[in-house]
Ligand binder design. Structure first.
Ligand code: PEP
Ligand code: MG
Length: 569
């Protein structure tokens, strides 16, 4: 009897293969007193050295298979091995507590990773996984134990595990069919790696994962987040046809990806990449992004332990602008607050952080900090085609206040004799219902608008984007959201300004026709989906797309919209 288990679809695509458990031994560590501190420290140092050698080798494998940007996670692992707060702390505790290295290693790893995991910040939570990964490597080395032998894996296997770390996925051989884990979310490193490698992944199955046994035949549906155990022959046949179709579609899309995207009736739709760090530039260029539609600058602030200086920011913005030459690069100013905390910003706890002091509200209330970012952007503008975008705009006066501050920065730079480009485009994100409803008023103030459906959906449907309990209500394809998209597009088109979308919905190829039909000029997404979306754009007829969009906004819910979109595929 076949059986299905629901998890979180973390990397798209569907595949079928044979289950193999990647079992991780939980080593038992017994705390012991020691007398020879020097000997115990030397033991730890030797393990650190061996861990460095292993990680350097893994980094090489990852760089060869997935590219430089994905390999950089191992630089973070190597840095942890030299971190005074991590291995440094272990050495000082060996000396002060006179305990064996294994016990100290386990203790420090647990403390540091729990601390990071407890922070209300996805980036720091992901660092907790990195710490655990490095810590358990060190521990196994100290105990002289060997981890799971990845050479057991072969093409066609579906890897099943409690949790997978970047070190694990880096050792996958070619042709792994899928990945299924008990823990993990869409933003976990393992999910990012699976997407890069093109391996369908379903994560977060919880205890239900124990129903999967070695050698079971498994279907991994990364689009729906469903795992099917021991499918019958008819189910297998359906999936094999889907897999073949998927393969052909990807190959065809990649072949044509280099050319710009026009609809069948000749309307240009720009396909841009969303990037979240400088590491993403390479993959955006590889997937033929026609520009950057959203550069989330938060990483500069999250990776730092202080407010990033004007110079630090200038270096980063210059790099991304020069990498894209004449192509537009939309850089979004700091979007802090909500679910993104900054330890050094000392943000007060709020009852409703998503409705609170976040994004542009926070920046306008802290003009000195904001001016540092604006000046860094203006200085970098001479290196490319800069478009500056402000997040969470809700009314006209916020735009006017922001523009006034930007002008002040411009004047101060001019007085200091620093060059700034003349033709910087100024735009806003539409991610609050009020902004969409009054888009006609806001459009008069700016050169472009970009719809952030991730937030717009949660505010429109009153469903927290990070709360699993209301995940069934959170759907960017809901007609209520689409009607706001349409209002925004109509206002922008009437005002003659550019309107794009940079929320996750823009990267869903099944929705491309409806989105074009709603009146969008530009779609910005994770780089990997650009080839497929470009392909969808080329098949669109503008008049038919408009009729389809008009129909979609009249439907009852997101499921009906997605059904309509799929029928047209
Ligand atoms: C959005 O809200 O749609 C968006 C693109 O911004 P973020 O996901 O960074 O909030
Ligand atoms: Mg947002």
């Amino acid at each position: 009897m076949s059986q299905t288990i629901q998890g979180v679809g973390a990397a798209p695509g569907i595949n079928l293969g044979t289950a193999i458990w990647w079992r991780k031994e939980q080593p038992t560590v017994i705390a012991k007193s020691i007398t020879n501190v020097a000997e115990e420290t030397a033991k730890l140092e030797q393990a650190i050295q061996q861990a460095k050698e292993q990680i350097t080798a893994l980094r090489q494998i990852a760089a060869d298979r997935m590219g430089e940007e994905e390999a950089q996670v191992f630089d973070a692992h190597l840095a942890f091995l030299d971190d005074p707060g991590f291995t440094g702390e272990m050495k000082s505790r060996i000396a002060s507590q006179k305990k064996n290295a294994e016990a100290i290693c386990q203790e420090v790893t647990e403390e540091m990773s729990s601390l990071m995991a407890s922070l209300d910040d996805e980036y720091m939570q992901a660092r907790a996984d990195d710490i655990r990964d490095v810590g358990s490597r060190l521990l196994l080395l100290l105990l002289g134990k060997k981890p799971f032998d990845p050479s057991l894996l072969k093409a066609g296997d579906v890897v099943i595990a409690e949790e997978l770390t970047p070190s694990d996925t880096a050792q996958f051989p070619e042709g792994i069919a899928g990945m299924v884990t008990a823990k993990g979310s869409k933003t976990a490193h393992a999910a990012i790696m699976a997407r890069t490698l093109g391996i369908p992944a379903v994560l977060g199955l919880g205890a239900a994962i124990n129903q999967i046994n070695d050698d079971d035949t498994v279907i991994v549906d990364g689009d729906k987040g469903i795992v099917t155990l021991n499918p019958d022959t008819a189910q297998e046949q359906v999936v094999r046809t889907q897999i073949e179709k998927q393969k052909q579609a990807r190959e065809a899309a990649l072949k044509e990806a280099a050319a710009d995207a026009y609809t069948a009736d000749g309307k240009r739709i720009q396909t841009f990449a969303n990037i979240g760090s400088l590491n993403d530039i390479e993959i955006a260029l590889k997937n033929h992004a026609e520009g950057v539609g959203l550069f989330r600058t938060e990483f500069l602030y999250l990776e730092s332990d202080h407010w990033p200086t004007e110079d630090e920011q200038y270096q980063a913005y210059s790099k991304v602008l020069s990498s894209f030459g004449e192509r537009p690069v939309v850089i979004r100013t700091l979007d802090i607050g909500g679910d993104k905390d900054l330890p050094y910003a000392d943000l007060p706890k709020e009852e409703n952080p998503f409705l609170g002091h976040r994004a542009i509200r926070y920046c306008l209330a802290n003009p000195d900090m904001f001016k540092t970012q604006l000046k860094a952007l203006l200085r970098a503008s001479v290196h490319g085609n800069l478009w500056i975008m402000f997040p969470m705009i809700e009314n006209v006066s916020e735009i006017r206040a922001t523009k006034a501050l930007l002008n002040k920065c411009r004047q101060e730079l001019a007085q200091a004799g620093i060059a700034v480009a003349d033709d910087i485009k100024i735009g806003i994100m539409i991610e609050v219902p009020a902004a969409a409803i009054t888009a006609d008023l806001l459009a008069k103030e700016v050169d472009f608008m970009s719809i952030g459906t991730n937030d717009l959906t949660q505010y429109t449907l009153a469903a927290d984007r990070g709360n699993e309990q209301v995940a069934h209500l959170y759907d960017a394809a809901h007609p209520a959201v689409l009607r706001l998209v349409k209002l925004t597009c109509d206002a922008a088109n009437k005002a003659g300004i550019v309107v794009g979308m940079c929320g996750e919905l823009a990267g869903d190829p099944t929705m491309t026709e409806i989105l074009v039909g709603l009146g969008l000029h530009e779609l910005s997404m994770s780089a990997g989906t650009i080839p497929e979306v470009k392909q969808q754009v080329r098949a669109v007829d503008s008049a038919k797309a408009k009729a389809l969009a008009d129909k979609a906004v009249q439907l009852e819910d997101g499921d009906q919209v997605r059904e309509l979109a799929k029928q047209k595929q």
